[in-house]
Design a protein. Structure first.
Length: 105
């Protein structure tokens, strides 16, 4: 005859299994977020911003995030940057006119 596990043993084993299940669920959720981010063309570091408890939810969220990042307007150069670029062009042209034998690059 074998000894049956006690209620305390079963409760302890049940708690261990719950903890391991939680760890596996968290790990699976992280894998799903990373995969959804990659499939949406996001940088892997952006995976932490992807939300969702299912593959479908994570994929939809990653697509939304990718669209939002793609539609962010690119700032136009400042007037100061335009002035600096113009000044540099003028200096280059002036230097080139002083040395007519130099080939243009």
């Amino acid at each position: 005859m074998t000894d049956a596990p006690s209620a305390d043993d079963l409760a302890r084993e049940n708690e261990e299994l719950r903890q391991r299940n939680g760890e596996l669920t968290d790990g699976l959720r992280e894998v799903v977020r990373r995969q959804a981010a990659a499939e949406a063309g996001l940088d892997p570091a952006m995976a932490r911003w992807v939300k969702g408890d299912t593959i479908e939810e994570a994929a939809a969220d990653a697509q939304t995030l990718a669209r939002q990042l793609d539609t962010t307007p690119t700032p136009s150069p400042s007037p100061e940057a335009d002035a600096i670029q113009q000044h540099l062009r003028e200096r280059r042209d002036a230097a080139a006119s002083m040395n007519p034998n130099q080939e243009d690059h």
